[in-house]
Design a protein around this ligand. Structure first.
Ligand SMILES: [Zn+2]
Length: 380
């Protein structure tokens, strides 16, 4: 049995000092450090740093040169290892609008790695299928060639691995697809890459949309006479929203507003592409060329193409640009996304009985240590 002492322990609703987090593969207890005999444990000294739940990234395409759409298991394993350095302990490899065959291959790779016990990085929860059921006019960095009419059966046939998928509610067949998948109940329906009006977005929500793919990006904006998808997503409390909090995709001035409105329905994501964790230079996203410079990834025509954001940086960006307490900023990248995809009984917060996915981070939320299922998998 192991225990972490001398940390500022971030629980779901408060941060506490003087407590020991005791764990094996699961969290066994969180008690005042004075109540346990340290000789009974393998002790980890957090040295005054934060002890927080492992982060959960439900929308990430790539890292360390790899991409979930490439269709190889080694790439997924490498990404799992890479993002553990950013405090991520569970994730959803995210496919792009590539051909149906390539999407199926990517799903199969995710199945294989998820069910393998021979990888030690962040655990794969399931896949996020971003497209191919989107609106060509809001395709962003997605390829127009492979966009398909929404097909609920494709998602339901793969519901063992797909956790969330993106659909534009206004395209032909959109509402039927949303209805069928949401009635089945296994896969979270997200609206995104959409040109819907406010009314069309609300019709999508009535049909079963419960999530929003990167709020603000690749969707109709909030205008005072046309509130758009952003207006619908912010107004309906049943709907969770992703946010790419890199300060480039969305102005940091909006972080406070969005977090106030969405509360525990705000999910920080990275939307990171294969240039994540890599030097500046030329890369591809879903087969299209992208140039990375600093925090920006652009296609030749200037379209923003994913990010190189790290999820621990997103937590700090949210925390430092709002008046949220640290536990709420952390929950936006752990408990909230876990809740959105129905994994919160197992992961997402430091709670007795949950999996021992634990990170230690400094004041700026740099990751010092990542513990996955009770084992240290990264140490600075
Ligand atoms: Zn994406």
């Amino acid at each position: 049995m192991k225990c972490i002492i001398n940390g500022r322990v971030i629980l779901a609703d408060k941060t506490i000092d003087g407590f020991a987090v005791v764990f094996d593969e699961k969290i066994e207890k969180i008690v005042p450090a004075s109540e346990i005999n340290l000789n009974d444990y393998e002790v980890i000294d957090a040295a005054g740093n934060y002890v927080a739940p492992g982060l959960v990234d439900i929308h990430i395409h790539g890292y360390w040169g790899e991409d979930a759409s490439d269709g190889n298991t080694e790439g997924l394993v490498k990404m799992s290892t890479g993002i553990a350095e950013n405090g991520v302990t569970a994730w959803c490899p995210t496919t792009m609008t590539v051909s149906k065959e390539e999407i199926e291959t990517a799903f199969n790779c995710a199945r294989e790695v998820k069910n393998s016990d021979e990888y030690y990085g962040a655990r794969i929860l399931g896949v996020n299928s971003e497209g191919p059921f989107i609106n060509p006019s809001k395709k962003g960095a997605q390829s127009a060639d492979h966009i398909l009419r929404p097909d609920a059966d494709f998602i339901l046939e793969n519901a063992d691995i797909v956790k969330v998928f993106t659909v534009a509610p206004e395209v032909e067949g959109g509402l039927e697809c949303i209805k069928k998948v949401s009635e089945d109940g296994r896969v979270l329906v997200s609206m995104g890459h959409t040109n819907a009006t406010y009314e069309e977005a609300n019709a999508g929500i009535e049909a079963g949309v419960r999530h929003t793919t990167h709020l603000f990006n690749a969707m109709t904006a909030l205008m005072h006479r046309n509130p758009g998808v952003v207006g619908a997503a912010l107004s309906d409390e049943r709907v969770s929203t992703e946010l790419i909090a890199d300060t480039f995709h969305v102005n940091k001035g909006l972080f406070k507003l969005v977090s106030k409105i969405k509360g525990n329905k705000l999910c920080l994501i990275t939307d990171c592409m294969r240039a994540g964790g890599m030097p500046d230079g030329d890369y591809t996203l879903g087969g299209q060329p992208v140039h990375k410079e600093g925090i920006q990834c652009l296609m030749p025509d200037g379209t923003i193409a994913g990010s190189v954001l790290k999820l621990n940086e997103a937590v700090y960006n949210l925390y430092s640009n709002t008046d949220l307490p640290i536990e709420a900023a952390v929950a936006a990248a752990s408990l909230n996304p876990a809740m959105a995809i129905g994994e919160d009984k197992e992961i997402g917060s430091l709670e007795v009985g949950k999996r021992a996915d634990i990170i230690i981070a400094d004041d700026k939320f740099n990751i010092l240590k990542t513990i996955i299922g009770g084992y240290t998998r990264y140490e600075q």
